[in-house]
Design a protein around this ligand. Sequence first.
Ligand code: PHE
Length: 357
Amino acid sequence: MTADASDSPADLDSLAREWRAALAAAGDEEAVEEWRRSVLGRSGALTGVLRGLSALPADQRRATGQAANALKRDLEADLEARQEELRAAALASQLAEGAVDVTLPGRRRRRGGLHPVTQTLQEILDAFTRMGFATVEGPEVELDDYNFTRLRIPEDHPARDMWDTFWLDEDVDGEQPLLLRTHTSPMQIRYLDAHEPPVRIAVPGRCYRYEATDATHEWMMTQVELLAVDEGVSLADLKGTLLEFARQLFGVERRVLLRHSYFPFVEPGVEVAVDCFACPGAETGCAVCRGSGWLEILGAGMVHPEVLAASGYDPGRYTGFAAGMGVERIAMLRHGIEDIRYFYSNDLRFLRQFQGV
Ligand code: PHE
């Protein structure tokens, strides 16, 4: 874009066209600034024309000077307009990028919910907490000693068959076989060993059994163990505690039934049932109690004196009760769930039914 003062007004016209085209082609702020420097700047082409005016013959000076000055004003205005245009375009594209279509429907946030077994577990623990039981937990990988021997289930005793066991290949100091606990009862021993009476604990936790699964058996399940040891604790306390528990979980009308049963670590041992909450009583065809009128919910009994003595308690002075319940079984009864395997098959169609329960 060179020019000098010898350019006639006609030449200036064609230069002006050239400059305007260049300005229109400047696509961003930088290019526009570059254009400004090269045309209107101190050593710009048009500035050069104005400077050279004095060298022109007098007859040309006036006309060329007027034309060049008018052109300068025009180009300055064009420059400003172009800058404004570019700013507006930049703003428009910024707005378009961040555009929010407020007419689009919102995206629903899926809220999670507690697993039905967790819900029932929390209710069970709440009930026992209200009755003064502290919640404590123990290891899922357990020593043979705590899971069996100290519970009066010695090696090779047929009672071991009551709990099919996952054994671990590892062992501790080469002696004690390790296993996945088959019940929460080992925490009775761990707790008694480490504490003085009075004892009142509820022990929630996962347990594992090496058995084929079917509608009522899973290889993993959740239990809650109950243990109370003090002076003067009797079977009546066990029954009263479990009655209150049954009423909190299954309704205030409930009754409980204790029938004799066998567990090596209690004497006497009982099986506890609640009367059916789904039918007026032993109704044939009742899907919950299947006509029996009673729902077995747990095993229990008075802590065996030998168990107490082995933990250093004087069984002449202290007595206690223990109970162990399957949380899945209780959840199944409460919700009318027919197959325990639903709980852990991760089917959202099943699990969503318990959201917001
Ligand atoms: N631990 C027993 C079981 O899992 C249940 C139980 C606990 C029985 C406490 C009596 C006392 O079968």
